[in-house]
Design a protein around this ligand. Structure first.
Ligand code: EPU
Length: 337
């Protein structure tokens, strides 16, 4: 185990924020992970676990041991005539796993193409896009209890999945490190093409025989046209979650803003935060090193030398203006560190 000191975290977060880790280690096995946690306990320093760094905003230097998870492996552990159960190491890049699933004709995650981040982080916030969420293909995960240093298996019910939510962001925050995830993927695909943008893209490309590869290609095309590539412009995908408001609140907003979009849910109406932010005039605005993306205002960007604190300030101003105009509270999806 090679513990490094005072390492810049710039290459390890998709916002490209230049903050340092007091201690830093890469782990490639569960044994190395245990060793790293024990080391931190002995040194009495906190542990910060990093996957792809695609959902964090670094606002300060980290006085912790930052553990970069690089546990690998993609292995079929069981199959029947309809499904295949695949165990994937937490450190595998999510999109590489999607590509492997396409090569093997395993269906279920094609709508989740090109989402930044790692497999280990995917259940943490139940990643989702174009009508599919990780919980739809999730079977179980293995996670290391940081106190007892033993692996435990979590089935779906125990993960308490919600919209961009799981138990690992709340009650169990900082208590477990996910080491692998088992997905149940289909041998007989069920296509999810209801999301408007997917349907339109497939129609425009004149696809006759629908395949999971065709859906993945469409999703990649949509994402590349709307979302900035973190390799070129620092960002963490959607910065805020889409809020759910009451039916009464939605009806009263509809009177003043007849074009407000809304998706009915059992307990209210989900409103696209992108629309609210755009109405407040933020879309495409740049403030020095940071700004609001011009094609998708839900995405905040770092043009190069931006600081986490500048992005945090901008986010707070956006929240404030959405609150003042619509009386709606929008909450970050990104974790502030
Ligand atoms: N909209 C605008 N202006 C814009 C863009 C969007 O008003 O410039 C409104 C439109 O009404 C549009 C609606 O927002 O119909 C929805 O837009 P979009 O389809 O782009 O989806 P989103 O709700 O903004 C969510 C996810 C994305 C995911 C897309 C597609 C959240 C927080 N974000 O965005 O996830 O890719 O749906 O499924 O739920 C991410 O989490 O990092 C992420 C990119």
């Amino acid at each position: 185990m090679n513990i490094l000191e005072n390492i810049s975290l710039k290459p390890y977060n998709t916002f490209g924020i230049d903050k340092t880790a007091r201690f830093f280690v890469v782990v490639k096995s569960v044994d190395e992970l245990k060793e790293a946690i024990l080391w931190a306990k002995h040194q009495k320093v906190n542990v910060l676990v990093l996957g792809g760094g695609s959902n964090i905003l670094l606002t300060q230097d980290q006085q912790a041991l930052v553990i970069k998870i690089e546990l690998g492996g993609i292995e079929v552990i069981r199959e029947d005539s309809d499904y295949v159960w695949v165990e994937v190491g937490a450190g595998i890049i999510w999109h590489e796993f999607v590509l492997t699933s396409l090569e093997n004709n395993w269906a279920g995650i094609e709508n989740l193409s090109l989402i930044p981040g790692t497999v280990g982080a995917s259940p943490m916030q139940n990643i989702g896009a174009y009508g599919v969420e990780v919980k739809d293909v999730f079977y179980s995960l293995k996670a290391l209890d940081m106190d007892r240093l033993e692996l435990e298996e979590f089935r779906s019910e125990r993960c308490a999945f919600g919209y961009r939510e799981s138990i690992f962001k709340h009650e169990l925050k900082g208590k477990y490190v996910i080491s692998s995830v088992i997905f149940r993927l289909g041998k007989k695909p069920e296509f999810h093409t209801d999301y408007g943008a997917i349907r339109e893209t497939l129609e425009a490309s004149g696809i006759k025989d629908l395949t999971i590869k065709a859906i993945s290609d469409a999703v990649i095309q949509i994402r590349q046209s709307k979302l900035p590539d973190p390799k070129e412009i620092g960002n963490a995908g959607s910065f805020f979650k889409n809020p759910t408001i009451s039916v009464t609140h939605f009806s009263s907003l509809k009177k003043d803003y007849p074009l407000i979009p809304g998706y009915p849910l059992p307990h209210g109406v989900k409103v696209p935060a992108a629309w609210l932010i755009e109405q407040c005039g933020w879309k495409g605005k740049r403030f020095g090193n940071v700004g609001v993306h011009s094609k998708q205002p839900l995405v905040l960007v770092n043009y190069g030398e931006g600081e986490g604190i500048e992005i945090k300030d901008l986010a707070e101003k956006i929240q404030q203006s959405v609150w003042e105009k619509f009386n709606v509270s929008i909450q970050p999806e990104v974790n502030f560190l």
